[in-house]
Design a protein around this ligand. Sequence first.
Ligand code: ADP
Length: 264
Amino acid sequence: KLQGTGTRTMPFTPDSLTRVIAVTSGKGGVGKSTLTANLAVALAARGLRVGLLDADVHGFSIPGLLGLAGVKPTRVGEMILPPVAFGVKVISIGMFLDTDSSGSGSAAVAWRGPMLHRTINQFLTDVYFGDLDVLLLDLPPGTGDVAISIGQLLPHAEVLVVTTPQPAAADVAERSGVVARQTGQSVFGVIENMAGLAQPDGTVLELFGSGGGAEVASRLGVPLLARIPLSVPLREGGDAGSPIVLSEPDDAAAAAILGVADAL
Ligand code: ADP
């Protein structure tokens, strides 16, 4: 069970040296967690000290994406030590729930706002990350309780907005950027994911249309950092818990994610 004594203070205050980057999206299934996991690993491979907090409490997938399915954090006194994968210190609500044998997290989380707020606060306070250069947060999609809690607890966080190319997705994606700003956070940029799929004949199939990323970026007045193509290796690497920024850095999607890591 997650429970602390409340004797530690939250280390990620605005005057701390750790950069806090929260990844958000308007809706689920746009690849936010996949990109966040790969970005964290890419930053760690650059020599940075990286922590990753999976705040997507209802749809946590970070442990599986990083080969940590079924892995539990260890405890030392009242402190929780995060498991490490590919150089990234990782904590997820999924690590505190009973999961099925595949570790895929069939256990449902049906918490209401106040409990979510306490849990996020506790993750930030009682998990011993040590000195970090970057703390990445995988937020739940949309503009719900967790996004607002994170905004209150980490007002200095910089927000990355992930969207698909569909123009219809742009409205909801823009909204998550707007809510971040209302809590004082700054929007760093937009990442368009699931952009064109390269065909064997050299043409590009725009399966999910085009223009959504540029639209959200222009409405929020921030840069479009990358257009990540559809990529079978990216999906397979996620399923296998092996991030392609390490295993297949020449894949076009991996190269685009590495480009985002360089731009941060
Ligand atoms: P979210 O966190 O936004 O809900 P996920 O990261 O769980 O989305 O991704 C949803 C699904 O889409 C996963 O199966 C993932 O492997 C796949 N996926 C994400 N990005 C891509 C991409 N660029 N190409 C192919 N599959 C992708």
